[in-house]
Design a protein around this ligand. Structure first.
Ligand SMILES: [Zn+2]
Length: 170
């Protein structure tokens, strides 16, 4: 989260003002307003053709050494679907296809502030799983035997994905 003291456009010291119901920093010279918005993250709930779920053990902060779903920050210019599949590909070398949106969520991160998390169900039809430096390990697991996932948002995404399957069977 960036904290500004000076206007990033013109360099004038910023003032604080109440704008659109919130206290925000604003520039008295050029009228720039510091809107604080959540960072967008895409998460991939990824299954193979046997219906097993891909989970990864993270080698980076935040959630160091925790089992999780693959995902990461969107880059400028890409759609959330593209970002979701790119993160999956970078972390595991797997090429997936988006099946459907599971949900959009809000989370507060100590490291990054407010996050907007978009979760998709992804299917992987083939390919060799090869992890990058961001992970310690990764694998597809039958639902009954997936490793313990402690990240509350990822627990929620898994629950929502499974409820969706239940409500909209193929
Ligand atoms: Zn300015």
């Amino acid at each position: 989260m960036k904290v500004y003291s000076y206007c990033p456009v013109c360099g004038t010291p910023l003032k604080t003002a109440k704008i659109e119901y919130r206290t925000r920093k604003t520039c008295p010279s050029c009228s720039w307003i510091h809107y604080e918005n959540p960072l967008p993250v895409a998460v991939a709930y990824t299954e193979n053709l046997s219906g097993e779920l891909l989970v990864v053990r993270r080698a980076h902060h935040p959630a160091y050494n925790e089992w999780a779903l693959p995902g990461g920050f969107l880059e400028s210019g890409e759609s959330p679907q593209e970002g979701c599949l790119r993160e999956l590909q970078e972390e595991t070398s797997l090429n997936g296809k988006i099946v459907h949106l599971i949900g959009a969520y809000h989370r507060e991160s100590k490291m990054y502030g407010s996050l907007l998390v978009v979760a998709y169900k992804v299917i992987v039809r083939e390919g060799n799983l090869r992890i990058n430096h961001e992970l310690y390990e990764a694998g597809f697991y039958p639902y009954e035997s997936i490793p313990q996932i402690n990240i509350p948002l990822h627990q929620k995404i898994i629950e929502d994905a499974r409820n969706h399957e239940y409500q909209h069977p193929l």
